[in-house]
Design a protein around this ligand. Structure first.
Ligand SMILES: CC(C)(COP(=O)(O)OP(=O)(O)OC[C@H]1O[C@@H](n2cnc3c(N)ncnc32)[C@H](O)[C@@H]1OP(=O)(O)O)[C@@H](O)C(=O)NCCC(=O)NCCS
Length: 227
């Protein structure tokens, strides 16, 4: 079976379309233009359910339509620019059912080890680091200055906010949200759908669908977990 998340190179695309026109979508327009300068003219615009999303901004490209109804053409390559894992998954899967191809975007200032693996549809933003033998599932978002240490893994649709960090060998499962500056300790495992709050440190493993917040004390106090 062919995956709908094919690794189409931008040169194959007649149109590059950004899915999501919020603040992150506008950032992705810049990151895509930086990553694909030869194809920048092919970036056609955004898909958004909110036709007013770009109002008040000087964005050079328009909203082309709603992701659920927009007519995709052969040669369209989509870049996922949605920052909430569950919404990211929902929108992408509906588009994939309609034949969408997702592009993998790696900003030229990001460092991705030659030994790392990056799933199709993932977006890696400026100054991010994906270290030795680290792995991203498909459609993972690694925002700017976020990092995965050696051997760390992130499951599909997981979102790293800016400066979020995985220690070496840490595993975050699918649909995890890591807030600004969230930290996951070395070899710690974070269950699917869990959220690690901004500036919080998960230094012990937590099950799925958990909210983790706070920083453990030096005395060995555990991460505070809310069901
Ligand atoms: C992880 C996060 C999204 C969870 O949001 P949420 O599901 O709406 O949960 P809430 O913020 O309502 O928090 C639930 C409870 O945990 C508490 N909580 C969450 N994070 C906390 C923290 N860091 N310190 C103390 N308490 C915290 C809240 O006060 C709330 O308590 P209450 O139920 O008694 O009111 C949010 O905590 C967070 O980190 N936001 C920042 C997002 C971010 O970094 N975005 C980057 C975009 S670029």
């Amino acid at each position: 079976m062919t995956s709908p998340f094919s690794l189409a190179a931008p040169t194959w695309c007649r149109r590059v379309i950004i899915v999501g026109a919020g603040g992150f979508g506008r950032e992705v327009l810049q990151w895509a233009s930086d990553a694909w300068p030869e194809q920048a003219a092919r970036i056609a615009g955004f898909l958004s359910a909110d036709p007013t999303a770009l109002d008040g901004h000087t964005t050079r490209l328009p909203i082309l339509g709603d992701p659920d109804t927009f007519s995709l053409l052969p040669g369209d390559g989509l870049v996922l620019a949605i920052g909430i894992p569950q919404v990211r998954r929902q929108v992408a899967e509906r588009l994939a059912q309609r034949g969408a191809n997702f592009l993998t975007l790696v900003h030229p200032t990001a460092i991705v080890a030659a030994t790392a693996t990056v799933g199709t549809g993932s977006v890696i933003c400026p100054q991010a680091v994906v270290s030795d033998a680290a792995g991203l599932g498909r459609c993972v978002l690694v925002n700017y200055h976020a990092s995965l240490g050696h051997d760390a893994k992130a499951g599909e649709y997981t979102v790293f906010s800016p400066y979020a960090t995985l220690g070496g060998g840490a595993i975050v499962e699918e649909d995890v949200f890591l807030g600004l500056h969230a930290t996951v300790g070395p070899r710690v495992r974070i269950g699917a759908g869990t959220k690690v709050s901004a500036n919080s440190a998960a230094l012990v493993s937590v099950p799925r669908q958990t909210l983790v917040y706070g920083v453990p004390g030096r005395s060995g106090q555990q991460v505070m977990v809310m069901p």
